[in-house]
Write a protein that binds this ligand. Structure first.
Ligand SMILES: *[C@@H]1O[C@H](CO)[C@@H](O)[C@H](O)[C@H]1NC(C)=O
Ligand SMILES: *[C@@H]1O[C@H](CO)[C@@H](O)[C@H](O)[C@H]1NC(C)=O
Ligand SMILES: *[C@@H]1O[C@H](CO)[C@@H](O)[C@H](O)[C@H]1NC(C)=O
Ligand SMILES: *[C@@H]1O[C@H](CO)[C@@H](O)[C@H](O)[C@H]1NC(C)=O
Length: 385
């Protein structure tokens, strides 16, 4: 390029060059430039055709598209709609994000091979002390899961590029327990996860959660379940119906009021119900404030009204309330024994697809950072990973 540009500039500079000389030289140089331009275009066409044929629609490089748009138009391909976002750190605000995430295809069968994935959504303050256990649990199951992490906006994640958590933090905001800002964070996680069309099931987890079975067992259990697990139930007491506010009528009637587990599992259809909601949100925001804890009531009540027959009415996340008080028990290193897991996993019975099942809880909480080492030690024998 350089050698061709220089003569053009030289021709401009000396004052004595006649006009006829310039006008003859210019079309020739333009022609040279044009031929060069054409060669570049053809080269890139050939490269991109080769890339498409070789790697399919999924890997048509973004770089080609943005840099060479003026040169030739990349034909609009399905890839741009089915490829997950390459960078989770977008610049959309919540209103824009929820709107974008509410897009739904109207044709049920996908015109490509869609392998449904589980989206593991971590709602945390920041660090994930049990990350090494999750890394081991997920190892070898690439393509069947995605990870999303919501943390305090000030938190700076420091995962190595080899980690499954690397680059999986979403744009986050401060959220307070029992307040609408907590539901906002959960909707933000769901909305980000919905942007990947392959995500079919969405599981909300905290930093103290662990998987109680290996990946294959959990994937099949979720995949084959006819219901989503919201843990929604009708509690007639002061902490259930007692928190209902009559101002929520007519959108919400007291008979529809539900209490549920914050650590839910929902399928894609219910996840969309949650992100698209503008009907119940204002009612809960205005009339469910402490001592009404909105994160225990908003999604379970809303989904009970809209899709009650799709809910399993139980949770898949085990927690121990037996010690009493306002918070469930936390387990540290000294608690982690084979007997402990026998107690959690064995002798259970619950309803799964309207049948009795002995596998009831897929995840457990709350586990302290000190539980990590004994968990890594026991997991192969007791948890199957
Ligand atoms: C997962 O666990 C189940 C039941 O414990 C076992 O049958 C299966 O072989 C395990 N799968 C893998 C990949 O380890
Ligand atoms: C709530 O719904 C039930 C049945 O759908 C109905 O019988 C009852 O009158 C409703 N209550 C109010 C306060 O609207
Ligand atoms: C869960 O409860 C709702 C009513 O609250 C009911 O419609 C639904 O059938 C129940 N689901 C199962 C699986 O029993
Ligand atoms: C499930 O177990 C209960 C006892 O816990 C029993 O009464 C019921 O018949 C069982 N249902 C099925 C479908 O096996």
């Amino acid at each position: 390029m350089q050698s061709r540009v220089v003569p053009l500039e030289e021709g401009k500079d000396p004052g004595g060059v006649s006009r006829t000389n310039q006008s003859k030289a210019l079309p020739l140089r333009l022609l040279q430039l044009f031929v060069l331009f054409l060669a570049v275009c053809i080269t890139f066409s050939v490269i991109s055709m080769y890339t498409i044929r070789r790697f399919g629609i999924y890997s048509v490089g973004n770089a080609f598209k943005s840099t060479f748009q003026p040169c030739f138009e990349v034909p609009a391909s399905l890839g741009q709609w089915v490829r997950p976002p390459s960078n989770l750190m977008h610049t959309m605000n919540d209103q824009e994000l929820l709107w974008r995430a509410s897009f739904v295809p109207r044709i049920r069968t996908y015109p490509f091979n869609r392998v449904p994935k589980i989206a593991f959504m971590f709602l945390t303050k920041g660090p994930l002390p049990l990350a090494p256990l999750w890394e081991r649990f997920l190892n070898g199951h690439e393509g069947l899961y995605s990870i999303y992490v919501h943390s305090l906006p000030s938190f700076e994640p420091k995962f190595p590029t080899s980690s499954v958590f690397y680059g999986r933090h979403i744009p986050s905001q401060i959220s307070e327990w029992g307040r609408m800002s907590m539901c906002d964070a959960e909707r933000r996680l769901l909305a980000n996860a919905l942007l990947d069309v392959s995500n079919e099931w969405f599981i909300l987890l905290s930093e103290s959660c662990i998987p109680l079975y290996n990946f294959s067992v959990i994937y099949q259990y979720i995949k084959n379940s006819r219901y989503s697990f919201m843990g929604a139930f009708d509690d007639p007491g002061p902490y259930g119906r007692g928190r209902y506010n009559m101002n929520m009528a007519p959108e919400v009637n007291i008979t529809q009021w539900r209490k549920g587990s914050q650590w839910f599992e929902v399928n894609r259809r219910l996840a969309i119900n949650i992100v698209e909601d503008t009907k119940f949100y204002p009612k809960f925001e205005q009339f469910c404030r402490p001592a009404c804890y909105v994160d225990e009531h908003y999604f379970p009540t809303m989904l009970n009204i809209q899709a009650g027959n799709m809910l399993a009415n139980r949770s898949i996340t085990w927690v121990d309330w037996s010690r009493g008080g306002a918070h469930p028990a936390t387990f540290g290193g000294a608690d982690i024994t084979e007997e402990f897991f026998k107690r959690i996993l064995e002798g259970r019975r619950c309803s799964y697809n309207n049948r009795n099942s002995t596998i009831c809880f897929l995840f457990g909480r709350k586990f302290a950072p000190s539980a990590l080492e004994p968990l890594l030690h026991l997991a192969p024998k007791v948890l199957g990973y």
